[in-house]
Design a protein. Structure first.
Lengths: 354, 263
């Protein structure tokens, strides 16, 4: 028997995954630079770099500095951070539920957060204006998302542990309930509230500013550092829960940790930028198709690709109907759905059997 | 020191008792086959030894300490379980599935890949190594999963203290691969690994096992060497079938010949 390790498919795929990550690390800054230069006012590369230098050195002044520093830079960074969070959370959920169609919204976060936001908008009424109002709505969304997940988790837990199948069903039930209550609220809301609820639901990065960016970066940074630690556990979990247990994984602890972190991450993202469809679902799929299901590469590559997708979608959202802009959730769905349908039709090409 | 010891084990995971007063002592290198009609408690007993089902009474000792005292990782380094069905529907390659067996060990890449090579040879999956698991046939999947289980407890040194639990390891295999996998199991046993397996084909059980334990309605009705246990009386009593016992022409174990439906 050969003693020396021969490079096989495992390492071929590893090579491919590393190349993908390398490529994404190069493309992402380019996309962000493109995002900085385009919008209602187009800026040349020279103006972008001058604006960046002025912003970073704290020198105020020019028009470019205001557009870059005050508007586009926090917005693009927020898009990158939230895209990374959503995509990595999606990859972790798909692994945990052993379901390639799972999405963070399946455990009720998105619906709960939407309801929380709608509640604040309706209860707050007309005095809820400006920056303070936006912060309160975000807080409502975050609390709503976390409460929904707690509910779903309690429903699915018994003395014998947490049933992933029950959790999916409970997530669907809570999503339906939150949706119904949300509709009820909309029924009683006045026109102004209704418009704000629906705009908020579509998702958008136009509320981006530095305080938000800092808060989002802290949560996402923690998530991006912590989730990859569960890569080996997620790899084993794809075999099945008891198989993972027989491989020495503390399955219950891993489940609780992952669900908590995803709830916090996605709750934060809904609070910051509203519901953004399909990033958490489609991005891990794309990465898995290119680099295989190994979470050691899937998680970081998904984070990078998610950041890239949301930065590009936001750039598009600002450009296509300039000087106004489209909600970014609309763009991700319009890009995401056709892509997703083509994935479903071609799933046998990469061995996926949902 | 025995690898596994069960004394007066009872289990009732869903209320009704599924196992009653089970007693097993398994020495390093011993192969024990569990036999019995459908629903006799064979898989429950395997799951109990694997820690998936809790005993309601009795004592279960792995090596030198009770099973519940082992940390998950240390237990996984010496106890591997092949379940009847696999849920895996993500496109891992065969190599990646086998390497997952090394999860509980921090043995390093070089060593894991060396073990991978040996296990691929042993399970005749070297030719499949780059194929996607989801696109394999049932028998190929079973061999891949067996490879993962073998990789989990693999060691060039003695395997004394290790324990393999196999639930129908040969159910989807063709005749040649059945024989090959049973030889592989015997090879691991010769190096000290204890094995508990469920096999429905009692001729296969007789050919590979040192001892057979017959379960009926959760109770242990017979335990001994294949020759001691496999008798026409037992088959009449437990399986309600008439058989005759013959003898393998080359090997020293009994062969069961069912009456057949008649013509």
């Amino acid at each position: 028997m050969p003693e020396a390790p021969r490079p096989g498919a495992a390492s071929q795929r590893e090579q491919r995954a590393k190349r993908l990550i390398f490529l994404l690390i190069i493309i992402l800054p380019c996309a962000m630079a493109l995002g900085l230069s385009s919008g209602a006012v187009s800026l040349s590369p020279a103006e972008v770099s001058q604006g960046l230098i002025d912003t970073l050195s704290g020198r105020g002044g020019g028009q470019a500095e205001i557009i870059i520093g005050q508007i586009r830079l926090p917005r693009i960074l927020l898009a990158a951070v939230m895209g990374a969070t959503l995509a990595m959370s999606g990859a972790a959920m798909q692994g945990l539920f052993r379901n390639p169609l799972a999405d963070p919204s399946l455990i009720g976060v998105t619906a709960g957060a939407s309801l929380g936001a709608a509640l604040v908008i309706v209860a707050g009424g007309s005095w809820l204006q400006g920056y303070m109002g936006l912060t309160l709505v975000s807080a409502g969304a975050f609390v709503g998302g976390v409460i929904a997940v707690l509910f779903v988790y309690r429903l699915a837990s018994s003395a014998n542990g947490t049933s992933v199948a029950t959790m999916l069903l409970a997530g669907i039930a809570i999503t339906a309930l939150a949706g119904a209550i949300g509709s009820l609220l909309e029924f009683f809301a006045d026109n102004d509230m209704l418009r704000r609820i629906s705009l908020w639901k579509m998702g958008g990065l136009d509320g981006a500013n530095y305080p938000r960016l800092v808060l989002a970066s802290i949560v996402s940074g923690a998530l991006l550092l912590l989730l990859p630690r569960y890569a080996a556990a997620l790899n084993a979990l794809l075999l099945g829960e008891s198989e993972a247990r027989h491989l020495g994984i503390r399955v219950e602890g891993v489940k609780i940790a992952l669900i908590t972190w995803v709830a916090v991450g996605v709750g934060t993202s809904v609070a910051m930028v509203g519901t953004i469809a399909f990033v958490g679902l489609v991005v891990p799929h794309m990465v898995r198709m290119l680099a295989g299901p190994d979470h050691r590469y899937l998680l970081p590559a998904s984070a990078l690709a998610g950041a890239l997708l949301l930065v590009m979608a936001d750039t598009l959202a600002r450009v296509v109907v300039a000087p106004t802009e489209l909600p970014v959730g609309v763009i991700t769905a319009i890009i995401g759905v056709p892509f997703f349908i083509s994935l479903l039709r071609n799933r046998h090409h990469y061995g996926m059997q949902p | 020191m025995s690898t596994l010891q069960l004394s007066h084990i009872n289990a009732a995971p869903w209320g009704a008792p599924l196992l009653e007063d089970i007693n097993i002592t398994l020495q390093p290198g011993a192969i024990l086959a569990l036999a019995g009609p459908n629903g006799a408690g064979k898989s429950t007993l395997l799951k109990l030894i694997a820690g998936d089902v809790k005993a309601s009474a009795g004592e279960l000792v792995l090596g030198d300490s009770p099973l519940v005292d082992w940390s998950p990782q240390e237990r996984a380094q010496r106890l591997a379980f092949l379940p009847q069905m696999s849920l895996l529907n993500f496109p891992y390659t065969v190599e990646e599935v086998v390497l997952l067996g090394r999860t509980p060990h921090a043995s390093g890449r070089t060593r894991d890949f060396a073990i991978l090579e040996q296990v691929l040879q042993l399970t005749d999956t070297a030719a499949l190594r780059q194929r996607l698991y989801t696109q394999l046939s049932g028998g190929e999947k079973q061999r891949t999963q067996l490879g993962r289980i073998f990789a989990q407890i693999w060691s060039e040194q003695s395997l004394a203290g290790s324990l393999l639990l196999l639930d129908e390891p040969t159910s989807s295999l063709d005749l040649a691969h059945q024989q090959q996998m049973l030889s592989a199991i015997r090879l691991l046993a010769r190096r000290g690994c204890a094995v508990v397996l469920v096999i429905h084909d009692l001729n296969l059980a007789a050919s590979v096992a040192d001892h057979i334990l017959v379960l009926d309605k959760g109770r242990q009705v017979a335990m001994g060497t294949p020759r001691q246990v496999l008798t026409p009386q037992l088959f009449k009593q437990v399986f309600q079938v008439d058989i005759s016992i013959s003898h393998h022409p080359q090997q020293d174990y009994p062969m069961i010949i069912p009456q057949g439906p008649g013509r």
